[in-house]
Design a protein around this ligand. Structure first.
Ligand code: ZN
Length: 91
């Protein structure tokens, strides 16, 4: 029978196709770039508590920490965790 072979081939293609569409896994929370407190990625972006610096997006727990980061971005960007900047949002 050839039908089972076709089925396996179709499954293999489906498995390969999924990661390409999903893209890299985005974290739901990362540490604040200044103080290290865990912040929710969606909430921070929604509140505008983020800064795009040198192709990366840094998140903050508060407006104070965002202001601190903006004063010395290079200092904090060296050690801070970041996420990818969404490509569809061009300012
Ligand atoms: Zn903070």
């Amino acid at each position: 029978m050839r039908s089972s072979h076709w089925f396996v081939t179709a499954l293999a293609f489906a498995a390969l196709a999924v990661p390409a569409h999903a893209g890299p896994k985005a974290p739901t929370s990362i540490p604040c770039a200044v103080c290290g407190m865990e912040v929710n990625v969606k909430d921070s972006v929604k509140s505008g508590l983020f800064d795009d610096y040198k192709g990366h997006r840094y998140l903050f727990c508060s407006a104070d920490d965002e202001a601190t980061f903006k004063k010395h971005p290079a200092k904090y960007a060296k050690t801070a965790k970041f996420i990818a900047i969404p490509k569809h949002k061009k300012a």
